[in-house]
Design a binder for this molecule. Structure first.
Ligand SMILES: C[S@@+](CC[C@H](N)C(=O)[O-])C[C@H]1O[C@@H](n2cnc3c(N)ncnc32)[C@H](O)[C@@H]1O
Length: 392
């Protein structure tokens, strides 16, 4: 038997448990995980205050959410409260009844449905230099994603490694601010949004899949990065954001000749052994770049495109200024150790130096509410080119 409704105090939305709960719903975390946040808000049970809080902040404006997701969440919420013999607010029952009649199909996630997830980065107190311009403790990006993880050659979903790189960029902005950044296999574009946020001087995102590229452009516009004019809306400082179609297999040196990145990024790109020789070749080209001299053979050394090997004078720039050697940050989750070892051996053949930074360069935990993501499962490599000829 449900107990009668009793007056309870409203929850303070700035309480960490409440921030976690709302952020988890906005990011469309699985219902079970959202329920655990709801319980944390109510000191262990989903009280009426917690239900009202959820109603006020999410359910009263259901148009902002993907209704089949809310339907599943509401079902779980109601059954948990009933299981505890608690009191379910009437309007939650009413909304669930509406969903029952409107959305009879329960095949949530089985089709190539696109949904908008909102990813909130919650900054710890005292990290003012990391926070968004609005002086809020949270920075939120909206990303259109597919519920089918394989859609767009896997590029229309958010993978753990891009969550990791996004936290890394926001935690260590100085590594990326005022730097020319180039990302390979960019997927939904989350890393690019973070690079623009920390004011990279240039952001170039790329992917080999055309539907992923279209979705990425949509996401940049959704978050007010105007890719046509390269100007973020309402900003006085132009930040260059470009999207490139870049299948690694067919990418030539001449296609990349104008790209001189300081930083190359890649998230969850080491998984398909067939693509790895091409990926390593692209990395070697990008890490060998020089502004004035795009990988011209020197002293009779021929450029070997097959493994991306070529000697260039990196510091001998036409303007006489030296430039730090480019570095790649690659975040990855090991799913198959043989594939990863194959990547390492190809990188060695291409004279790329690899360092495991997993223990030395860690991001802050800015996605603490996202229990479906475990930062410690993601590893970080830095890659540099060892056979550059340093300038005279
Ligand atoms: C697992 S997803 C990772 C997406 C994104 N970086 C993330 O972590 O959320 C791999 C990405 O690499 C891209 N990709 C895979 N093979 C590629 C290739 N041969 N050339 C270019 N891009 C490729 C896919 O289109 C996809 O966007």
């Amino acid at each position: 038997m449900a107990t009668a409704a009793v007056e309870e105090q409203e929850l303070d939305p700035s309480l960490p448990a409440c921030v976690n709960l709302i952020s988890a719903i906005l990011a469309m975390e699985p219902s079970d995980l959202v329920i655990s946040h709801a319980r944390a808000c109510g000191g262990g049970s989903i009280t009426e205050s917690v239900q009202k809080f959820i109603w006020d902040h999410c359910l009263s404006t259901p148009g902002d959410f993907y209704a089949p997701y809310l339907k599943i969440f509401l079902k779980k919420l109601i059954s948990e409260v009933e299981f505890d013999h608690g009191y379910v607010l009437d309007y939650l029952y009413e909304l669930y009844a509406q969903y029952m009649t409107s959305f009879k199909d329960d095949s949530f996630g089985k089709r190539d449905t696109r949904v908008c997830k909102r990813i909130s980065y919650i900054f710890p107190d005292g990290c003012s230099e990391l926070q968004s311009k609005q002086h809020s403790r949270a920075l939120v990006f909206t990303l259109q994603c597919s519920l089918n993880m394989l859609e767009g050659d896997t590029g229309c979903s958010i993978w753990p490694s891009s969550l990791f790189l996004s936290e890394l960029i926001l935690s260590h902005p100085k590594l990326f601010s005022n730097k020319s950044c180039f990302e390979i296999g960019s997927g939904v574009g989350l890393v690019g949004l973070c690079l623009a946020h920390v004011k990279a001087s240039k952001v170039i995102l790329s992917d080999g899949d055309l539907s992923t590229l279209a979705n990425m452009k949509f996401n940049l516009e959704l978050n007010h990065l105007n890719i046509e004019t390269d100007m973020p809306q309402g900003s006085e400082n132009p930040i260059m954001v470009k999207c490139m179609h870049l299948p690694w297999e067919s990418t030539s040196e001449s296609q990349l000749q104008d790209i001189v990145p300081d930083v190359v990024l890649g998230a969850d790109v080491i998984y398909d052994p067939v693509c790895l020789p091409h990926l390593v070749r692209v990395l070697a080209i990008l890490l060998n770049r020089t502004k004035s001299d795009s990988c011209k053979p020197e002293n009779g050394d021929a450029c070997d495109e097959s493994v991306g090997r070529c000697k260039v004078v990196y510091n001998g720039r036409a303007d006489g200024k030296s430039k730090e050697a480019p570095v790649a940050y690659i975040a990855y989750v090991i799913r198959n150790i043989e594939t990863f070892d194959y990547f390492l051996s190809l990188a060695k053949q291409a004279n790329l130096d690899i360092m495991d930074l997993s223990d030395s360069l860690k991001p802050l935990n800015l996605l603490r509410y996202m229990q479906s993501y475990n930062q410690t499962h993601v590893k970080l490599l830095s890659i540099t080119c060892s056979n550059r000829v340093m300038g005279a």
